[in-house]
Design a protein around this ligand. Structure first.
Ligand code: SAM
Ligand code: SF4
Length: 437
């Protein structure tokens, strides 16, 4: 039996798909390159914005054709979309050829669910699941060099635009001993980079019985032999403490990069978003980070067209982008999400205005990214070499400690190692270079 997984959305979903693959392979399934050869297809979905959902519905429609040709072809859907009651109702009524809806918390039951759906002729749902993702599940890592390790699940922040707390549940921290054991095992298996995952890693430990916070977790992981680099996403500005800045500065394995979503440069909009920080507080945080770690790269997420955003608010965002000079930014058009407070707000912004603001923001950020990348031409950067470049098999590819993608000329033996690379050219999305020793 063969499986194929389609993953949508954030890094947490990408990691969840590694767990789905691990569970299926433990049960004897093999991966399939093509849809045509697959017996089971799993869609691991995202609902953060409307277009994420649209892509999933497009894929489900395509799968109908495979189901018609082979009634044993099994379609299973997991991820954030199926945690929304209106989506479950829609799929059950309108897309009855879907076989299984399952919560990622029930991923260990997936092989049984597949067996069961072959016996009964209706959608099998395993959506409830009060416990967290089980510990000690097999993970089929997509890289043998860098690994993703969740440290918290869910989110307690209820930003008014965001659906995550409703679909991922309340924030739960994994036990430090479980995380440290997992990282130690990964180090023993040869992984060099650890990426700690959570919707708000800075609040790690809040629900634990014994005091253990994120800076302490970083310090403990920093001691694990074999690990060369530590990264983490995502940091919420409201919980970024002085202790964390100090831990980042003092732990030599923690990379000089932070993804710190600002969302808006207007304090008025930040308040409406329920973000619990102001524009001034954010600038202060960035200054602290830059003082402690002078070459730190700072990346962010920004939403344009949040309800009530005036041209003045938007100009505040452009001004903040110029002030901070982010290394790069993910920029989004606000998308109305059912069940969130912002969806009920009256002053929704016209689509044309949203698109025009996004264009202006992207143009500004691209020019800053380009300029910052250009400053690196002529320098030598430490790159963790991950493999051949996707666009040019003659080149290798990897990332600097500041998380910039570098495609460079060098011997294949460098794959899986740290290499010194001289930067010779810069583009908006990557740097070009050559190995120097
Ligand atoms: N937990 C992280 C945080 O607080 O920054 C990231 C969560 S989310 C997966 C990634 C990004 O999607 C957010 O930072 C936000 O910019 C964006 N986002 C979330 N909801 C959105 C919405 N309704 N419309 C547009 N963008 C949204
Ligand atoms: Fe969504 Fe806010 Fe939680 Fe991030 S912190 S997942 S944006 S609610």
């Amino acid at each position: 039996m063969k499986y194929k997984i389609f993953t949508y959305g954030c890094q947490m979903n990408i990691h969840d798909s590694e767990v789905i693959a691990g569970v299926l392979e433990k049960a004897g399934y093999e991966p399939s390159e093509t849809l045509k050869d697959a017996d089971v297809v799993v869609l691991n979905t995202c609902c953060i914005r409307e277009n994420a959902e649209r892509k999933v519905y497009g894929r489900i429609a395509q799968l109908k054709y495979f189901k018609q040709r082979n009634p044993n072809f099994t379609i299973a859907i997991s991820g954030c979309m199926v945690q929304q009651p209106h989506v479950v109702e829609y799929i059950s009524k309108k897309l009855p050829y879907v076989d299984i809806l399952f919560s990622i918390k029930n991923v260990n039951k997936l092989p049984e669910l597949i067996e069961e759906c072959r016996r009964i002729d209706s959608i099998t749902a395993a959506l409830a699941g009060n416990s967290d993702l089980a510990e000690n599940l097999e993970v089929k890592h997509t890289s043998s060099i860098k690994a993703w390790v969740p440290i918290t699940y869910g989110c307690n922040n209820y930003c008014t635009y965001c659906v995550v707390p409703y679909v991922r549940g309340r924030e739960v921290s994994r036990l430090p001993e479980d995380i440290l054991r997992e990282v130690k095992t990964l180090a023993d298996e040869g992984f060099m980079e650890i990426n700690l995952l959570g919707q708000n890693v800075n609040s790690y430990g809040k629900n634990l019985d014994k005091p253990f916070d994120f800076p302490e977790l970083l310090r403990r992981i920093n001691e694990i032999e074999g690990i060369e680099r530590i990264r983490f996403i995502t940091s919420h500005p409201k919980d970024l403490s002085d202790e964390l800045v100090l831990a980042m500065k003092e732990c030599e394995k923690v990379c000089e990069h932070i993804h710190l979503p600002v969302q808006s440069g207007s304090s008025r909009i930040l308040k409406k978003m329920n973000r619990h920080y102001s524009r001034e507080h954010y600038i202060e945080l960035v200054n602290k980070l830059k003082d402690a770690i002078p070459n730190i790269s700072i990346t962010t997420d920004i939403i344009v067209g949040f309800p009530g955003e005036t041209e003045e608010d938007f100009l505040d965002t452009l001004d903040l982008v110029k002030t901070i000079e982010f290394d790069s930014a993910f920029t989004f058009i606000y998308s109305k999400r059912i069940g969130t407070p912002a969806a009920q707000m009256e002053d929704q912004i016209d689509d044309e205005i949203k698109k025009e603001r996004l264009k202006r923001l992207m143009e500004l950020q691209d020019s800053i990214t380009k300029r910052k990348n250009n400053e690196l031409v002529g320098t030598v950067q430490e790159v963790l070499v991950e493999g051949e470049s996707k666009n040019d098999a003659q080149k290798l590819s990897g990332r600097t400690r500041t998380n910039k993608l570098v495609n460079f000329v060098g011997p294949k033996e460098l794959i899986g190692h740290l290499a010194d690379v001289k930067i010779t050219e810069s583009h908006t999305w990557c740097l070009i270079g050559e190995a120097v020793n």
